[in-house]
Design a protein around this ligand. Sequence first.
Ligand SMILES: [Zn+2]
Length: 270
Amino acid sequence: MAHRASQSLIVNTSTIELIDSHCHLDFSEFDSNRGELITSCQQQGIISLIVPGVSAQQSLSLLNFKAQAPSFVNIAFGLHPYFLTQTADADMQVLTQLAHQYNKQLCAIGECGIDRAQPNLELQQRIFIAHIALANDLKLPLIVHHRQSHDLIQAAFKQCPPKHGGVIHAFSGSKEIANYYVGFGFKLGIGGIISYERSQKTRETIATIALDSLLIETDAPSMPLFGAQGQPNSPLALIDVFTHLVSLRMEPAAVIAAQLRQSCNDIFRI
Ligand SMILES: [Zn+2]
């Protein structure tokens, strides 16, 4: 695998526009500095971001959240596998109704998916399939969460094939798995994981797969980059994710930035 010299990690971002395709900017970790953070992002070329839904109630609250910075914030409605409770089936009914009602405001359905670190895989599978069906009904892409669960995600895709693509958030895995998702019209969400030397398999996948298969994201306040472990992550770290991606790829930074911008538009219409 070809690597660039480390000095090319310094990328001039003054002329590029980046979109954080996954950022929980509504979480309370950002309550004290959200306004300044948005200003700093815009000054540094981060022109927009996508805030996923994690519960029915929080999804509804995203409508107001978006209204405060409509040109910067894009939103999705979903039930995150971390936050599923005993009432998940009823919550999914509520979410479905809300998504139909407010679908013009949404760029995607999610964050949804299957997480092997969480209990009740049968329930997770059922709720995930309901999200796929909802996205198909509304002609929207999906934001998919996975954790040691590619096999279960693929089983769900077999049962209810997604029709409008989406993003495999925080992608990690082999090129074979990556190509499976690309075949369904999905992009791979590339985050801080590529800053870790131990993620060799994922870094190789990202280095060699077609450039138009990729999106970048921070997942802030989660998933800090190497060197920032233990600190809350920030959407400003998107620039570091981008520079790590540039260091893994052969294309010039400007070409990569332009393709990421295009891919975000192709999937999310933003
Ligand atoms: Zn997330």
